[in-house]
Ligand binder design. Structure first.
Ligand SMILES: C[S@@+](CC[C@H](N)C(=O)[O-])C[C@H]1O[C@@H](n2cnc3c(N)ncnc32)[C@H](O)[C@@H]1O
Length: 489
C-alpha cells in the first residue's frame, strides 16, 4: 500500500500533537487518533467517481485531519484530477493549529481547498428536519470519519438535538454516524471506524433503524486481536471499520475482511450473504469465517421468535440484597421457594441447596410468580465457562405443594404451558447451534433477554415436538444437538 508524503507528514504532525497534550485532556473530547495505515486502508475502500468535476469530502471530528489527508492523497494517487473540497469539523481549540497546518500542506501539495469549522458538529446543524422553514442538510460526495467515543447523558445537548436515534444513554460515535448519513448525498459512500457495540443491544436499536432506512452495508473490516488499533493509545474496546452506501438497493454480499493486527498484514477476505450479516431483526453479525456464516444462516432461516411464539424470556423478580426483609433461611408457614442461578445444575433445577435465603415470605405480588413450568437460564456466566447459555428445566409438578415461587434477578425465565415445551426450549437453548449464535450476537457474558426474545426460532409446535424427543433421554448438549440438527438444516 503506497502511503503518500502528504499523509505521512500529517501523521507526524499528529504524533507531535499527541505528545504535547496529556491523555486526560484528550479523553475529554473522546480523542483517539487513527494510525497512518488505518487511515490509508479506510481511504482505499471508497469507489471514486472520476466523472465528477468536483468532489466534496466531509471529515467530522477531524482531529489533526489525518483521515481527510488519507482520502485526498488516495484521490490524487488514483488519478483524480477534479476539484477536491475538504470540510472538517473540530471543536477542540487545541488541535486546530495542527489541523490547519496539515490542511495547508494538502492545499499546496495536492491542490485541494478546505474549510475548517470550529463548531459542534452535532448541534450546529439540523438533524432530519422535515420542517420546511429549516435549512436542508448540507450534502457531501464522500464522508470519512473516526468519531469521538464518549458516552453522554440522555439530556446532553447533542442527544436532545437528535431524539430520532437516541434511546437510553447514547454515545457520541453513533450520533456522529447518524448525522454523517444525513450529510451524505444519495448513492454515495461513508467509511467510519467505530466500536462494535452498535451491532446489537437495545440502546442502538433506533440508530440501526435509521441506518437501515437510508443505507446498506457494503464492507466490514474486523481486527482479530485486541492490539492497539490506535497508535500509542490503549483502546481496549474492540473496533471495526465499516463502509455504507446511501441507497436502499441491497447488495448480495457484504465484503468482509479481517486482519490479526492493525497493520493489515495477512489480511483475509470473504464475502458473506447480506442477509446473514444484517439479520431481519436488524442485528448485525460480525462473521469471521464460513463456519460462522453457516451458523447464522441456519438460525436466521427460522421464521418465529420467542416473542411471536408467546414464550417471552423475562428477568427474575428479586434483587436479593434489596429485599432482605422477605428472605428466609428455612421453610416457614406461608413461605415460598426462591430460585437462584446456583440451583441450575446439569440441565435440572435442584432446590433447596442448603444455602441461606432460599425461601421468601411475602404477600407482595411483584415478588411472586405462579408456580408454572419454566425454563430457567443463567444470566451471568464467566468467560472461562464453555457455554454462554446455561439452562435448567423447572417443572411445577416437582414442587406441587407451592402455589407461587420466586426467582432472583440473576436468572432469566421463560414460562411454558406444558412440560414438553420446556424440554423443547431446553433442546434449543442448550444446543451448540444456539450457544454459538448467541456468542456471535453478543460478545459479553451476560444473557440479555431482549436479544434472546428476538432470536429466530422454530414455531411453538415444532419446539414442543423437539421437547417430546428429548423426554426420557439424558439432558446432554450432544442429545440436544442431534435433535436440533434434524430440525434445523
Ligand atoms: C476519535 S477523535 C478522531 C480524530 C481524527 N479524525 C482521527 O481519526 O485521528 C474525534 C475528534 O472529534 C472531536 N470532537 C468531539 N466532539 C465533537 C463535536 N461535538 N463536534 C466536533 N468535533 C468533536 C474531538 O476533539 C476529536 O478530535
Amino acid at each position: 500500500m503506497s502511503v503518500s508524503v502528504a499523509l505521512n507528514n500529517a501523521y507526524h504532525a499528529t504524533l507531535a500533537f499527541v505528545e504535547s497534550i496529556p491523555k486526560k485532556e484528550r479523553k475529554k473530547y473522546g480523542q483517539f487518533f487513527t494510525s497512518e495505515k488505518i487511515a490509508d486502508f479506510m481511504a482505499s475502500l471508497f469507489t471514486i467517481d472520476f466523472g465528477k468535476p468536483r468532489l466534496s469530502v466531509l471529515d467530522a471530528g477531524a482531529g489533526t485531519g489525518l483521515l481527510a489527508a488519507a482520502l485526498a492523497s488516495r484521490l490524487r494517487s488514483s488519478g483524480y484530477e477534479g476539484e477536491i473540497l475538504v470540510v472538517c469539523y473540530e471543536n477542540d481549540p487545541k488541535v486546530l493549529s495542527t489541523l490547519t497546518q496539515n490542511l495547508d500542506n494538502l492545499a499546496t501539495t495536492l491542490h485541494i481547498t478546505y474549510e475548517i469549522r470550529n463548531d459542534n458538529y452535532l448541534t450546529s446543524q439540523n438533524f432530519i428536519s422535515q420542517d420546511l422553514y429549516k435549512k436542508e442538510a448540507e450534502k457531501f460526495d464522500m464522508v470519512i470519519g473516526n468519531p469521538p467515543y464518549l458516552k453522554i447523558a440522555k439530556d446532553a445537548e447533542e442527544a436532545l438535538a437528535m431524539p430520532e436515534v437516541c434511546y437510553g444513554a447514547p454515545n457520541l460515535y453513533f450520533l456522529f454516524w447518524a448525522m454523517s448519513i444525513n450529510n451524505l448525498k444519495d448513492g454515495e459512500e461513508l467509511v467510519y471506524i467505530i466500536p462494535r457495540s452498535w451491532t446489537s443491544g437495545a440502546y442502538f436499536e433506533r440508530f440501526r433503524q435509521y441506518l437501515f432506512r437510508h443505507c446498506v452495508i457494503t464492507n466490514i473490516h474486523l481486527f482479530g486481536s485486541r492490539d492497539k488499533v490506535f497508535d500509542s493509545e490503549s483502546v481496549l474496546q474492540e473496533t471495526m471499520i465499516v463502509k455504507v452506501k446511501k441507497t436502499r438497493k441491497t447488495p448480495r454480499f457484504v465484503k468482509m475482511s479481517s486482519s490479526e493486527t492493525s497493520d493489515f498484514t495477512n489480511i483475509k477476505y470473504y464475502d458473506v450473504d447480506y442477509n446473514t450479516i444484517v439479520a431481519p431483526n436488524r442485528f448485525v453479525f460480525l462473521v469471521t469465517s464460513q463456519e460462522e456464516a453457516e451458523i447464522l444462516s441456519r438460525v436466521n432461516s427460522q421464521s418465529c421468535t420467542l416473542e411471536s411464539d408467546d414464550l417471552r424470556m423475562r428477568t427474575g423478580l428479586i434483587v436479593d440484597f434489596r429485599s432482605r426483609e422477605v428472605l428466609r433461611d428455612s421453610d416457614e408457614d406461608g413461605s415460598f421457594p426462591l430460585f437462584y442461578s446456583h440451583h441450575i445444575k446439569n440441565g435440572r433445577v435442584q432446590w433447596p441447596a442448603g444455602r441461606s435465603s432460599e425461601y421468601i415470605l411475602t404477600n407482595k405480588s411483584g415478588y411472586l410468580q405462579e408456580n408454572a413450568n419454566y425454563l430457567f437460564v443463567k444470566r451471568f456466566t464467566s468467560k472461562e465457562e464453555k457455554r454462554r447459555l446455561q439452562c435448567g428445566i423447572y417443572l411445577k409438578s416437582d414442587y406441587s405443594e407451592y402455589k407461587y415461587i420466586s426467582t432472583q434477578n440473576k436468572i432469566n425465565y421463560i414460562k411454558c404451558d406444558s412440560p414438553e415445551l420446556v424440554y423443547g426450549l431446553y433442546v434449543l437453548l442448550n444446543s451448540t447451534l444456539y450457544d454459538s449464535y448467541y456468542r456471535l450476537l453478543n460478545g459479553s457474558t451476560q444473557v440479555n433477554s431482549t436479544e434472546i426474545n428476538l432470536m429466530p426460532v422454530p414455531s411453538k409446535e415444532s419446539i414442543r415436538q423437539m421437547g417430546c424427543e428429548l423426554i426420557g433421554m439424558e439432558l446432554t448438549e450432544q442429545n440436544c444437538d442431534n435433535i436440533v440438527n434434524r430440525w434445523i438444516k
